[in-house]
Structure formats: structure tokens, C-alpha cells
Design a protein around this ligand. Structure first.
Ligand code: ZN
Length: 190
């Protein structure tokens, strides 16, 4: 789940708790400093918090120094809120370059992309988002969604129930890879 923590993220956490689902949240650093309690709650309730940069710039064309600064500031925000450094990083817009891999490798972070994208930021309609996720999910899939979007938040109950009905088990990204992930490497699906 990307781009949070947003005001609606608390409701998502309520839902996940009710349904006994653990998720992976890729948070934006400058939003994390405004809602550290939400990050603490994520960790307390068994979710994984990854970095989604400091303020969501395009990584393409960013100087090495600015890129490192984006990653460092996001990590610091997460560390201050949760006491833990992130081990996962999802680049904004999925923009991975050799520089991104190197910078993440130096920070001990794996780069996590996705193989299922319901384009929920574009088509902000819960029904459409549910349908696309259920249609494209496969064993080992990493599903990209945005808990910052109201339409997606109202899609989550049906996504969870629908995936389970099809026999899937919902896990965090580290669980998906049985924790065998390597810093600086890119992951799309298991
Ligand atoms: Zn994003």
C-alpha cells in the first residue's frame, strides 16, 4: 500500500486488524513525520513499513546526492517513528535506475516493485479496482494499491475477501520471499 500515511489509513488498519491481514506500507517520509503514531501502529500490528522516498519526486534525472537525500530523510522519518530502519524501498512511479539500486544497496534496502497494478490512481472507482486485482493476481503476486485513495480504501474489503475466496493467502513482502531478500536487488513478484 503506497503513498500514506493518509488520514484514512487508520481505517485501513482497522480493516486489516478485523480481517487478520498483514500488509506492507510504503510510506512517504514527509507524511510519516506528520503521523508517526500511525507508523507505530503499523509495526505494532504486524505490518511492514517500507520507504517510498521523502516527498515522492521522480527519481529519473535526480542527482546522486538528491537521491541519497530522498532516501536518507525518509529512512530517518521511519526510524524516528518506529525505532526501526526500513529494509524495503519502493521508488515513486516505479522508477528504478542503476543509481537507485546502488543507493538502496548501500542502505541495506531491497527495491520492491509489483506485478499487479489496478491503476487505482487513475480510475478511482472501487468496483474497477476490485475487478482488476482479482483478475490479475497470481501466486506470488505483489499488488500495488494506494491507501491514500478513498476509492481504494473502499475496495480493500472486497479485494481481501475475493483473494481469499480464490485460495490466496495474504502476506507481507518479507513473508512472500521468506525473508530472503537482498539489498539493492529488484523484486517484482515471488
Ligand atoms: Zn507513490
Amino acid at each position: 500500500m503506497d503513498d500514506g500515511p493518509a488520514p484514512g489509513t487508520a481505517k485501513v488498519l482497522d480493516l486489516l486488524r478485523r480481517k487478520h491481514v498483514r500488509a506492507t506500507f510504503f510510506v512517504v517520509g514527509e507524511r510519516a513525520v506528520r503521523s508517526p503514531a500511525l507508523l507505530r501502529r503499523m509495526v505494532r500490528e504486524g505490518h511492514v513499513v517500507g520507504s517510498h522516498s521523502w516527498n515522492h519526486p521522480e527519481f529519473l534525472g535526480l542527482s546522486a546526492r538528491r537521491l541519497r537525500r530522498q532516501l536518507f530523510r525518509a529512512d530517518r522519518a521511519i526510524r524516528r517513528a518506529t525505532g526501526q530502519r526500513p529494509r524495503l524501498m519502493r521508488p515513486p512511479f516505479g522508477e528504478v535506475t542503476p543509481e537507485v539500486r546502488t543507493a538502496c544497496g548501500a542502505l541495506g534496502e531491497a527495491v520492491v516493485l509489483w506485478d499487479v497494478d489496478p491503476r487505482d490512481w487513475k480510475d478511482r472507482e472501487a468496483d474497477t479496482v476490485v475487478k482488476r486485482v482479482l483478475k490479475h493476481a497470481r501466486r506470488g503476486s505483489i499488488i500495488l494499491t494506494h491507501d491514500s485513495l478513498k476509492s481504494t480504501r473502499s475496495a480493500y474489503p472486497r479485494i481481501i475477501d475475493g483473494l481469499r475466496k480464490r485460495g490466496f493467502t495474504l502476506v507481507t513482502v518479507p513473508q512472500l520471499f521468506a525473508r530472503r531478500m537482498h539489498a539493492g536487488r529488484v523484486y517484482l513478484h515471488a
